[in-house]
Design a protein around this ligand. Structure first.
Ligand code: NAD
Length: 495
């Protein structure tokens, strides 16, 4: 961790960054969305050219293997940028809305306008993607951005800043403000127009509290305890590979890493043996990466020790002292264990048996978190039925993790996993103020609902309610409309 600069200096720097971002907003927000998309395209091209340096930096700071950095940090970022290039102008087009007859002759629309300055607070675990993608969504929508990266990923964040410059992004439209929690809070005190936070529940709560003081909207992308539900009719060869990948790639340090393996009883023993063998081989290769945060590793080890003391079985590794520091498989867990309930930001997979689909759903939902989930079955209808009953922000059928990378799907959590969305059209519009406009085409001097609010107006409105919502025949409704229409015209003439 880097040392924090004194409070007054932190506040001064935060204030200067926010001021520059506000100034830059005037220019950047006025640019046509297609020009903003062209800038995103230049960023994307530059990433492809600079990807060796980007990957080296990610690997050094986030403990990833080259394959993991390329496949789950760089590639998804490129997919998201290309999505923004192609879709921004269309998604931000004003949307026509209906205008019910009682509102008179008028047209209605929704406009998607930039919010202003967005503070993006990023974690270390996917330092490139989780800094650049929210920033790019904010920029594409016409906002300017102050990025507060993790102190563990300053070099990656510096590359993001350089990339924006090289792509010709307007001066100060994206600034990187290094520092820890104090810097994040100093930026929020400057009253940005939106805070986009990705990180753990404790930081999320602190950010939400700070933003609440100024009534600033917040999008929170927090932790998870993702379940993988394996039904007995699933393809077990695929399942064993998926479970080991989902739980242990990047040493289990994805927010959407698989953490709870729920297995239908008839295949429980067989599947556990197969996954145990695969886990042992993976440990030897080192392809799973390394645990970066020592406190998270210690917390995971403690959760495993406690679970084993309460009756769970440590399957891999052989030695309890290595649990949490390398791929760890713990079977026969029970739902109330801390290992099953709390976030574990390390390579640990807890395994639990279930008997019925209903029990699997109940176990999966018995969690403070609701980020991602996967359901495995050879029967698509059965899998969909289980997915439909999960309290989760996102879900996959017969695959793991991959859904977070689909730019067309909005992403975000429920419960303690956060709220708000990014990715997809909903995710781009989340960075906008939705301004609703009703434009009247009436040439009348006055409107029926304006003053005077006399008995005549009350009766007319009463009749209107009866006509629109009362029970009557079609003939009664038709004649009623003619009667009310005449009254309205007479009232208009008399006023
Ligand atoms: P973290 O919460 O420690 O830090 C994230 C960011 O918040 C950093 O920039 C940090 O400096 C800042 N921060 C931390 N405490 C703060 C506070 N009290 N006030 C203001 N700012 C604060 O998280 P991390 O260790 O960097 O990342 C791991 C966590 O992030 C895990 O819980 C993981 O599940 C979560 N995560 C979630 C998603 C998602 O999309 N939902 C994605 C990646 C990571």
């Amino acid at each position: 961790m880097t040392e924090e600069v004194p409070t007054s200096e932190t506040a001064r720097r935060a204030s200067a960054a926010m001021q520059s971002a506000r100034t830059a907003f005037d220019g950047w927000s006025g640019i046509d969305p297609t020009e903003r998309s062209a800038c995103i395209e230049r960023m994307r091209r530059k990433i492809v050219l600079d990807r060796d340096e980007i990957v080296r930096t990610i690997c050094a700071e986030a403990g990833k293997t080259r394959a993991e950095a390329l496949s789950s940090d760089v590639l998804p970022t490129l997919e998201m940028l290309r999505y923004l290039e192609r879709e921004t102008a269309r998604i931000l087009e004003p949307r026509k809305a209906k205008t019910p007859l009682v509102f008179g002759r008028a047209s209605s629309r929704v406009e998607y306008r930039p919010r202003g300055v967005v503070v993006v607070i990023a974690p270390w675990n996917n330092p490139f993607q989780l800094s650049l993608v929210p920033a790019a969504f904010a920029l594409a929508a016409g906002n300017t951005v102050v990025l507060k990266p993790s102190p563990l990923a300053r070099k990656t964040a510096a590359l993001v800043g350089r990339l924006c410059q090289d792509a010709g992004l307007a001066q100060d439209a994206l600034q990187v403000e290094d520092g820890g929690a104090e810097t994040a809070l100093a930026l929020i005190a400057e009253q940005p127009d939106l805070v986009f936070f990705t990180g753990g529940p404790a930081g999320g709560r602190a950010v939400l509290e700070a933003a609440a003081r100024h009534l600033i909207p917040v999008i929170l992308e927090l932790g998870g305890k993702d379940p993988m539900i394996v039904l007995a009719d699933a393809d077990l060869e695929r399942v064993e590979q998926a479970a080991v990948y989902g739980a242990f790639t990047h040493a289990g340090q994805h927010c959407v890493s698989t953490k709870r393996l729920l297995v239908e009883k008839p295949i429980y023993g067989t599947l556990l043996d197969r996954i145990a063998n695969l886990t042992r081989s993976l440990t030897e290769t080192g392809e799973w990466g390394r645990v970066v945060d020592e406190r998270a590793m210690a917390a995971a080890a403690e959760q495993v020790r406690e679970a084993v003391a309460d009756g769970a079985r440590l399957v891999v590794p052989d030695d309890l002292d290595r649990a949490g520091a390398e791929p760890t498989l713990v079977s026969d867990c029970s739902p109330s264990m801390r290992l099953v309930q709390e976030e574990t930001f390390a390579p640990v997979l807890a395994v639990l048996p279930f008997e019925t689909d209903a029990e699997a759903v109940e176990m999966a939902n018995d969690s403070p978190f609701g980020l991602n989930a996967s359901v495995w079955s050879g029967d698509a209808a059965r899998a969909d039925d289980v997915v439909g009953r999960l309290r989760t922000g996102n879900a996959c059928v017969n695959n793991v993790l991959i859904n977070i990378g689909n730019p067309h799907l909005p992403f975000g959590g429920v419960k303690a996993s956060g709220f708000g969305r990014y990715h997809g059209p909903e995710g781009l519009r989340a960075f906008c103020v939705e301004t609703s406009v009703l434009a009247s085409r009436s040439r009348r001097r006055t409107e029926p609902n304006w003053f005077p609010h006399d008995d005549n107006m009350a009766e007319m409105t009463d009749e209107l309610i009866e006509l629109r919502y009362g029970e009557m025949s079609r003939w009664q409704r038709l004649t009623g409309w003619i009667r009310v229409g005449r009254k309205l015209t007479r009232r208009g003439k008399n006023l």
